[in-house]
Design a protein around this ligand. Structure first.
Ligand code: C5P
Length: 397
């Protein structure tokens, strides 16, 4: 399952470090080669000797070990792996990673690596829930770091809650998933998702009811098939998926800039509910309420990101997919939209309030392409996403 895969395992200094011995065994049972790196704190919990014995490999412990530098420089060490796995990831390591610090071998490798990184956090529940840790987690997710766990449970410190490191077998499953050679391996796909917020003044904005659920599910499904996903998201209700590069934006104009910066790509999926207009000259200070006097807002059109990308003459992704959320004459309107925007596929859906689709967990879509309209049965948004990702994979081979 993991045969031939190289995993650079960075062991952080927490009580959960003892589980790493089992983790190494499980990874090796599945054919992986595990190169262990221990932080100085990790050595307080497990000995390099036991780690080396289980890994059957040299353990790297010190940035300034000249023999190691002669044998294999730290830059090279950080890059020969297929995956850098940090387990356990302490709150301290998360903070250092989020800040890009490189004060020892482990953090230097994490900063120098160009391979995917996965963390398995483990810490006291209060430390996990602390705003600083949650902030660091969001930064790391945004950097494309995959996260496994932590789990709820009794902790070594006597408290109960989230903070226990995921069990070795769960980590192995996540590693297998992350290294799966899916059909979209080597393909780069940009996905837009969520609503946009168009400011009126610093406290008010124009928005829509999109939760970001469908776009998030699509990004996750593409990632699961091995794609490198750039996820450009407006302020959505649902959290972005793991393992994708997250680019948070607020307005349609920011979304356009982020999408253009993410190109070139093999495919682009525009699932965002982009506002059609923005307020011209949004006020820099809060507009005062004056009795009997209504503010006058004037609007300007937002850039149509889908149409712009679909009509690019140079560097156009080979597959451009748009969505059409309609309340009437869904197929006719969506077919016309496909022609108007110049995209390859339109995923059309009926968002009349009676369908409960906008903001709900299910979707009933019709895929409109060159070959006509294909209605899919009503199903969960995750299932729609998996089916769409599979079709994208077929189209890109
Ligand atoms: O024109 P309409 O908003 O109905 O088109 C919907 C499709 O176009 C969606 O795929 C949406 O993400 C995309 N779109 C866009 N930029 C806009 C408006 C819509 O990318 N300004």
């Amino acid at each position: 399952m993991l045969s031939g895969k190289r995993i650079l395992l960075i062991i952080g200094g927490g009580i959960a470090a003892y589980k790493c011995l089992d983790l190494i065994r499980r990874l090796r049972e599945r054919g992986a080669v595990v190169t262990p790196v221990m932080t100085r704190a990790a050595e307080e919990f497990v000995t390099p000797l036991s780690v080396a014995a289980l890994a059957g490999e040299k353990v790297y412990t010190d940035l300034f070990d000249l023999t190691d530098e002669a044998e294999m420089g730290h830059i090279q060490l950080s890059r020969v792996a297929d995956l850098v796995l940090v387990a356990p990831t302490t709150a301290d390591l998360m903070a250092k990673m989020a800040q890009g610090m490189a004060g020892d071998l482990a953090t230097t490798l994490l900063l120098a690596t160009d391979t995917p990184v996965m963390i398995a956090p483990a810490m006291n529940v209060r430390m996990w829930e602390h705003a600083a840790t949650q902030r660091n987690l969001a930064v790391l997710r945004g950097d494309g770091v995959a996260v496994v766990g932590p789990n709820d449970g009794d902790m070594a410190c006597g408290e109960y809650g989230p903070g226990r490191m995921a069990e070795p077998l769960e980590i192995v499953d996540a590693v297998v998933g992350a290294l799966a050679d899916g059909p979209l391996m080597g393909k780069r796909i940009v996905v837009t998702s969520g609503p946009t917020h168009e400011p009126i003044d610093p406290v008010r904005y124009i928005a829509n009811r999109s939760s970001g659920a469908q776009g998030t599910a699509i990004a996750a499904a593409l990632r699961a098939l091995g794609a490198e996903v750039v996820f450009v998201t407006g302020p959505a209700e649902v959290s972005p998926p793991d393992g994708v590069e997250v680019v948070p934006v607020e307005t349609a104009r920011e979304m356009r800039a982020a999408v253009l910066a993410a190109l070139p790509a093999d495919a682009a999926v525009f699932a965002a509910a982009v506002a059609d207009w923005h307020v011209v000259d949004a006020s820099a200070s809060k507009i005062k309420k004056v009795a009997g006097k209504m503010p006058t807002l004037s609007f300007d059109e937002n850039p149509d990101i889908l149409a712009e990308v679909a009509r690019m003459t140079e560097g156009r992704p080979s597959l451009v997919v748009g969505f059409a959320a309609e309340t009437d004459d869904v197929i006719d309107n969506a077919t016309a939209k496909r022609a108007r925007k110049g995209c390859d596929w339109i995923v059309a859906n009926d968002v009349s309030p009676s369908t409960g689709i906008m903001g709900g967990s299910e979707n009933a879509v019709t895929l409109i392409s060159d070959s006509g309209a294909e209605a899919w049965p009503r199903m969960g948004k995750d299932a729609v996403a998996r089916q769409l990702a599979a079709r994208i994979a077929e189209a890109l081979v």
